[in-house]
Write a protein that binds this ligand. Structure first.
Ligand SMILES: CC(C)(COP(=O)(O)OP(=O)(O)OC[C@H]1O[C@@H](n2cnc3c(N)ncnc32)[C@H](O)[C@@H]1OP(=O)(O)O)[C@@H](O)C(=O)NCCC(=O)NCCS
Length: 162
């Protein structure tokens, strides 16, 4: 499977799911996924701005009707580092490997850009995400006290890209 191609070339993930770059028409569905999965609402313009900064870092998983069922929004703000800013799969599509393919492809895109490290933040109580990140060899590098708006602590996690 090719994973380092241009952002507008879809990467097939199984029979019904494809990974492709963000398109403006995805915004409404992605904001619904964010509201449910991350319990946050970000300013709508943020998505297009970050996509323009690094199109290959914003991966959208779509179903066979081209409707988003998950996404990973990565940013490149620190030299040599890719950071997962948002990552969520629609709850109806979870546990089918979509999150794994999003993360695998994101790490490939980081390598294609010559980045040497990947980082992310996660709620200390998010067992599902922690398990996925451990499988991708992320490890905890810092405890972020009161990091989330409801006061929950976060972990900063990181891994080398080799
Ligand atoms: C985290 C998330 C993106 C994973 O997406 P997904 O498509 O369900 O992930 P996958 O199907 O690829 O699962 C990969 C592995 O992650 C772990 N995992 C995923 N969901 C899990 C769960 N509910 N409980 C325990 N482990 C889980 C497992 O190790 C799983 O592998 P397995 O199914 O072979 O055991 C998804 O659960 C989600 O959107 N959660 C809410 C938002 C969120 O927490 N985002 C991360 C913020 S840091």
């Amino acid at each position: 499977m090719s994973t380092a191609g241009p952002h507008d070339v879809g990467v097939p993930v199984g029979p019904r799911t494809t990974l492709r770059g963000f398109r403006p028409g995805d915004l409404e569905t992605i904001m619904e996924i964010v509201a449910e999965a991350l319990r946050e609402r970000y300013e709508p313009g943020l998505y297009a701005t970050l996509s323009a900064d690094w199109p290959d870092g914003f991966l959208v998983a779509v179903d066979d009707a081209d409707r988003p069922i998950g996404f990973l929004l990565g940013v490149h703000q620190v030299a040599g580092e890719g950071r997962v800013l948002m990552f969520a799969v629609d709850r109806r599509a979870r546990r089918e490997g979509v999150g794994t393919e999003l993360m695998r492809t994101f790490l490939d895109r980081c390598r294609a850009r010559g980045l040497r490290r990947a980082t992310l933040e996660v709620r200390v109580g998010n067992a599902a995400a922690l398990r996925l990140y451990a499988r991708f060899r992320f490890s905890v590098v810092d405890l972020l006290r009161g990091y989330y708006s409801d006061g929950e602590n976060g972990y900063q996690m990181a891994r080398d890209l080799n």
